[in-house]
Design a protein around this ligand. Structure first.
Ligand SMILES: NC(=O)c1ccc[n+]([C@@H]2O[C@H](COP(=O)([O-])OP(=O)(O)OC[C@H]3O[C@@H](n4cnc5c(N)ncnc54)[C@H](OP(=O)(O)O)[C@@H]3O)[C@@H](O)[C@H]2O)c1
Length: 247
């Protein structure tokens, strides 16, 4: 897919991995709609960065745990630049301030994580599909996680949401073919949560065959590859993990 003249919507695009994906797609020639929830100022900063790259940027706000936001985010996104070719489901909840374990299981937290990480991407795909297929072929990329295949006991709902998102990616690749291609990217370490200690970071990096943490840009470049060059690739989930899932 030639990126020049195309429009992408990236959820959670104001910071961290989402921001890197926005900038990488803009570098490729896309205009980008940056979805955010709380990070309004950071989203505006990313618009300025997109514009500095010579592309157009716009923002759209929305709380993804609320199903009413899904059609609104898509329609506002489409209104920004008159079309939508690419949807990147990047936003997600990963709890670091409270346990996500069986011992601490509570239905409200579980539902919130599953709603945001799994159901919202499906809802956005549903509402985006007519737009993505309106001008030829569209692309969807879902941000998954290598923990979908090798789950941690300490992030129960998160791992469940990402494992199901892998299944959804494959199912939607079949359902939306041939007009919309659906793939996933599973990062290992792309950017540590701010709260992780140096000791924990070093312990996690020691398990990575490439002996370094990944970066948001490592992930963003593979998202761009799938969108720009993966015209005969659908239903695949690419690990961007320095080999961690093999170790
Ligand atoms: N970071 C990593 O090392 C890593 C590793 C494996 C997989 N991943 C996956 O890669 C993606 C990006 O990772 P990340 O660490 O950059 O993500 P993140 O910082 O944890 O979250 C990205 C954004 O999601 C938005 N968000 C969270 N809950 C939301 C809700 N209920 N409604 C709307 N927006 C919501 C937030 O937007 P606001 O700030 O605007 O509120 C947040 O900035 C995620 O899908 C993650 O699971 C990341």
């Amino acid at each position: 897919m030639e990126l020049a003249g195309k429009v992408a919507l990236v959820t959670g695009g104001a910071k961290r991995v989402g921001r890197a994906i926005v900038l990488e797609l803009a570098r490729g020639g896309c205009d980008v709609v940056i979805h955010y929830r709380r990070s309004a100022a950071e989203a505006q900063d990313v618009v300025a960065e997109v514009e500095a790259l010579g592309r157009r940027g716009a923002t759209v706000a929305g709380e993804l745990s609320d199903p009413a936001s899904w059609p609104a985010i898509v329609s506002e996104g489409v209104r920004s630049f008159g079309r939508l070719d690419i949807l990147v489901n990047n936003a997600s909840i990963f709890l670091t301030d409270k346990p996500d374990t069986l011992a601490e299981f509570d239905v409200a937290t579980w539902d919130n994580i599953l709603r945001t990480n799994l159901t919202a991407p499906v809802g956005l795909c549903r509402h985006a599909f007519p737009h993505l297929s309106a001008h030829g072929v569209g692309k969807i990329v879902n941000l998954c996680d290598i923990s979908a295949e090798r789950p941690w006991a300490s992030h129960l709902a998160y791992c469940a949401s990402k494992a199901a998102l892998v299944a959804v990616t494959k199912a939607l690749a079949k359902a939306l073919a041939p007009t919309v291609l659906v793939n996933g990217v599973s990062p290992g370490i792309a950017e540590f949560p701010d709260s992780y200690s140096q000791e924990l970071r070093e312990k996690l990096i020691a398990k990575v065959p490439l002996r370094r943490a990944g970066t948001p840009k490592d992930v963003a470049r593979v998202v761009r590859f799938l969108v720009e060059s993966g015209d005969y690739v659908t239903g695949q989930v690419v690990c961007v993990d320095g080999g961690r899932s093999l170790a």
